[in-house]
Design a protein around this ligand. Structure first.
Ligand SMILES: Cc1ncc(C[n+]2csc(CCOP(=O)(O)OP(=O)(O)O)c2C)c(N)n1
Length: 351
């Protein structure tokens, strides 16, 4: 069986593909990720979740003229594969090898050195504003997870983004997971938005019904199309939060349907103000063990592909830190710990 990824060495190679070739390439990229990360270790589950999304972004936008910033940056592997670094993946996270995060020194397609979470919206806003001042129409895209969106700095970006004529697109990669499952008010809010598939299906249902009515049906369908925002607010009043921050909210959309992603990104391009595109993905998509245990396979050492068994490694910093903290907490009831979205990493040792 031919492997489409074999022929993709540069972004140009990728962009020459026909849209109907993309789903097969997505399958090949997943196989490549699983095979490589099983040997080198790395952030597997986050990358498996953004295969179609990253492909769609590079298909629709023109990097590095348009700038794609990955929040935290641990989900940049597909971006690295598509931007000429496929053949370096055996060196991932090794001395003198490619980094597991975007690095400006590594590629002109890596825009911002990340690692610290929640910085993408502010940095993208800075670039988009500079573009606007320079009279450029280039796009700036921040890809941020629902986990990273809970970090305070993300709200600094949202707080300042109310600028018209700015080609800023925030893609919210909502997989309902941080490292551990997402918690808190924002998570509940996104839950409500996600359940708006009810909105999509009811709108489609109404359109289908109207389609059966001669003449008048077509007219009414057009009205519904044009009033989609009004309809959305009637059915989903909560989708207003991002809009009150000055964004046009698009979504929620299935982040594994590459055709729909391409369509909606092209639509986002036409909006003359900041856009928040809500994309729903599955962390670990395509590798059964990572789908079942996205937390364990968030960042993982080498593992056996068939059994999903992870190799024994020396205890990580998080593991040592967690153990010590649990010990202290057992001795002193006044010890209270707060974690940035990763309780299992720290607390699963000894309690
Ligand atoms: C300031 C800071 N706090 C905590 C972390 C640890 N951390 C790494 S990834 C991540 C969140 C991951 O969740 P999400 O953004 O939803 O991405 P996903 O992995 O689910 O795709 C966190 C909190 C960090 N990198 N930086």
């Amino acid at each position: 069986m031919s492997n489409k990824l074999d022929n993709i060495n540069t972004l140009d190679d990728f962009k020459k593909l026909n849209i109907n070739e993309l789903p097969d390439l997505a399958t090949d990229i997943r196989e490549f990720l699983i095979s490589n990360v099983s040997k080198t270790g790395g952030h597997l589950a986050p990358n498996l979740g953004v295969v179609e999304l990253t492909m769609a972004l590079h298909y629709v936008f023109d990097s590095p003229k348009d700038k794609i910033i990955f929040d935290v940056g641990h989900q940049c592997y597909v971006h690295k594969i598509l931007t000429g670094r496929k053949n370096k993946f055996s060196t991932l996270r090794k001395m003198n090898g490619i980094s597991g995060f975007p690095k400006t020194r590594e590629s002109i397609h890596d825009i911002f050195n990340t690692g610290h979470s929640s910085t993408s919206i502010s940095s993208a806003l800075g670039i988009a504003t500079a573009n606007k001042l320079a009279g450029k129409n280039d796009y700036t895209i921040a890809v941020i997870g629902d986990g990273a969106l809970t970090g305070g700095l993300a709200f600094e970006g949202l707080n300042n983004a109310k600028i018209d004529d700015t080609n800023l697109i925030v893609v919210l990669n909502d997989n309902q997971m941080s490292i551990s499952p997402s918690v808190g008010n924002l998570s509940s809010y996104l839950n409500q938005l996600r359940s708006s598939s009810l909105y999509t299906s009811s709108k489609q249902g109404v359109k289908k019904f109207l389609g059966y009515i001669p003449f008048l049906g077509k007219f009414l369908t057009t009205i519904i199309e044009n009033s989609k925002d009004t309809l959305r607010h009637l059915i989903l009043p909560n989708s207003r939060m991002f809009e009150q921050f000055g964004f046009t909210y698009l979504g929620p959309i299935n982040g594994h349907d590459i055709n729909d992603l391409i369509k909606i990104l092209n639509r986002a391009k036409k909006v003359k103000k900041p856009v928040l595109l809500h994309v729903v993905t599955m962390k670990g998509k395509g590798y059964e063990y990572a789908e079942k245990n996205p937390d364990t396979f968030h960042g993982v050492g080498s593992f056996d592909i068939e059994s999903g068994k992870i190799s024994e490694s020396s205890p990580s910093y998080s593991k040592r830190f967690g153990k010590e903290l649990v010990k202290l907490a057992k001795e002193n009831k006044k010890v209270v710990a707060i974690t940035a979205a990763m309780p299992k990493r720290y607390w699963s040792f000894g309690i």
